[in-house]
Design a protein around this ligand. Sequence first.
Ligand SMILES: NC(=O)c1ccc[n+]([C@@H]2O[C@H](COP(=O)([O-])OP(=O)(O)OC[C@H]3O[C@@H](n4cnc5c(N)ncnc54)[C@H](OP(=O)(O)O)[C@@H]3O)[C@@H](O)[C@H]2O)c1
Length: 298
Amino acid sequence: MTKLETLFIMLENNFVTARTKVLCVIGYPIEQSMSPIMHNAAINELKLDFIYLAFNIHPINLSIAVKGFRTFNITGINVTIPFKQKIMKFLDEIEPTAQKIGAVNAIKNDEGYLIGKNTDAEGAMKAFLDAGYSISGKNILLLGAGGAARAVAYVMAKEANKIVIANRTEKKALKLANELKKHFNTNFEGKSNRASVLKKESEKADILINTTPVGMYPNVQSSPLNTEFLHQDLIVYDIVYNPLETKLIKDATEKECRTIGGLDMLVNQGAIAFEWWTNKKPNVNLMKNKIIEFLGIK
Ligand SMILES: NC(=O)c1ccc[n+]([C@@H]2O[C@H](COP(=O)([O-])OP(=O)(O)OC[C@H]3O[C@@H](n4cnc5c(N)ncnc54)[C@H](OP(=O)(O)O)[C@@H]3O)[C@@H](O)[C@H]2O)c1
């Protein structure tokens, strides 16, 4: 290799050039997103000619944003609140699992052909299993019935014995339970999140999963479940990752429950999308540590 070639490779690995490929996340708001931090850390370590940005897209501009992905040849896109469902109709293809879940959180742009995928589901499951826990034959109490709840419910439904979905808007819980019944033989129930319901259902549950934003920064003193309803036999999974230790996780630790926070799900869903876009396996520990570092100094 000539000196010039070596220099060129060094430049390509360290600078944004006219050939740099763009990855991004869209949402509204977007300032809270940790995705640029973890993805750029992985890009830098692998010395890839990519950059990962974040765009705050007003909901009225969603269709224009999707046109922009094609116009500006954005290679890969993450989608967050409030677009995970709304974006589906603008895409050329939706992978079957994302279609069933009814939400897309990652898009690949294959020369203008946009493919939607759901990596939240796989990311949530991987984090749970990697922590050494099992779903098989378990009774799950799932708090929330939004986009993340749908992903978690679909990925865990095959192996669980029963999933009770408890949501502030009861009819959304019922709707999700009825949809799930069409695809799986597992027992499903949709309920409200009234204290009396949560008390009864948490007693019978082996696993409690919070998919609501309750407890998320800045409302760090809130918890989606009354502390008294926690018991030692529960595994408590809170997918909220900011703060890293939510009030629910703190309460559960005090009650000697086994716990898992939302950071591993976040990193896993990101790593799956990263590999899909770049064909390279990112360093998940590095991605996780960069977020911890960032949240620690924020
Ligand atoms: N760790 C990760 O990788 C990861 C991935 C995805 C999402 N998340 C987190 O998961 C949370 C939910 O995200 P999402 O995309 O599912 O949002 P979403 O689609 O807006 O759904 C939110 C759900 O939470 C319920 N909810 C909202 N505020 C509530 C409150 N004050 N009390 C009780 N229930 C409430 C909603 O109930 P209604 O139906 O009554 O509105 C709905 O069921 C967010 O905090 C997000 O950051 C984490």
